[in-house]
Ligand binder design. Sequence first.
Ligand code: FNR
Length: 363
Amino acid sequence: PHPEAALNLDEIEDLAKGLLTRVAYAYYASAGDDEYTFRENSYAFKRYWFRPRVMNRVSKVTTSTTFMGYPVSLPVFICPAALARLGHPEGEVNIVQAAAKEGVAQGLSINSSCSLDEIQEAKTSDQTLFFQIYLDRNRKNSENLLRRIEKDGYKGIILTVDSAVPGKRERDMRAKGDFQAPATGGANTNGTKGVAQAISGYQDPDITWDDVAWMRSITKLPLMIKGIQSVEDVEKAYKNGVKAVVLSNHGGRSLDFSPPPIDVLYELRQRRPDLLNNSKFEVYIDGGVRRGTDVLKALCLGAKGVGLGRPILYGNTGWGEDGVRRVLQIIREEVETGMRLLGVTRVEDLKPEMVRYMGHDPA
Ligand code: FNR
């Protein structure tokens, strides 16, 4: 079918599921242990309901905003995700080109299946492309990579910290299959314990906040810390001079029963509202976002932007670059419609009093 045939992100996942190999779908879909966090990431959004306002002159809306100071067309960014070539031969090149055309920010994974040279060919100099790393047990490798990233013109670094080790992902472990290590990562084993185990061997479980200071001594690029799962660690990031965090549990792929990021954001709003809408600090979230209304709820509670992980991989699987663009267009239209029906015409006018929490108190 044509990309336009898909009306929402779940339909795009259904289409991709029919196209992916068993090993690839198991890797993309898998999450930790019994996948409670994976499911709850999405369900949690359903506990927040709107308090819409009407008759607010909403014919003209704009979804423009900024991501780490860079102008973007949508408060939605593309999460770093490994191995886009499992879904489509052009892999991450499709995603980078779609992001440029749609004017959205992206984090490119260190575990991408396309090489740095291939991405360099594909990207434009003005797109908001960040590079996501895990620190290598051998810091010299990380240092060389950080220098290359800066030289290649990436706009910033995302350090992912929620995967000291990969979670126990049984779907992935069961599917196994021989597996070729990706172009940019440090692994060279095949997937006898699943794809995730095969590509993560170089990641250092012993990183600490001191490594953030070390990274700053190597590169001047702006830094985001991705994978913060508690208010205490948001405070720690802020105290360590970090400019931005992504509240994330890796799409449920790491610790099962890590809380949904929207609930961590809500707790942060209650306990430290000063860290939200703060000119020196930005808070992003990802995990389980499948509707424009999910995006709007997070923005009302004070998130600067919201990330999409699996839906992008599924769009790429179905139609390559056009599929990734379709995912972003669906979300863009849903965000615009939601803003109009909420009575808001600018992203910065989304406010905490426009949502109410309907469940038990997560804080
Ligand atoms: C990821 N994620 C991820 N994160 C990261 O920092 N580096 C990476 O290499 C990867 N790789 C990866 C592969 C696959 C297949 C998935 C599904 C996810 C996590 C990702 O950035 C993001 O946090 C979640 O995917 C967000 O949740 P949703 O949107 O998938 O529900």
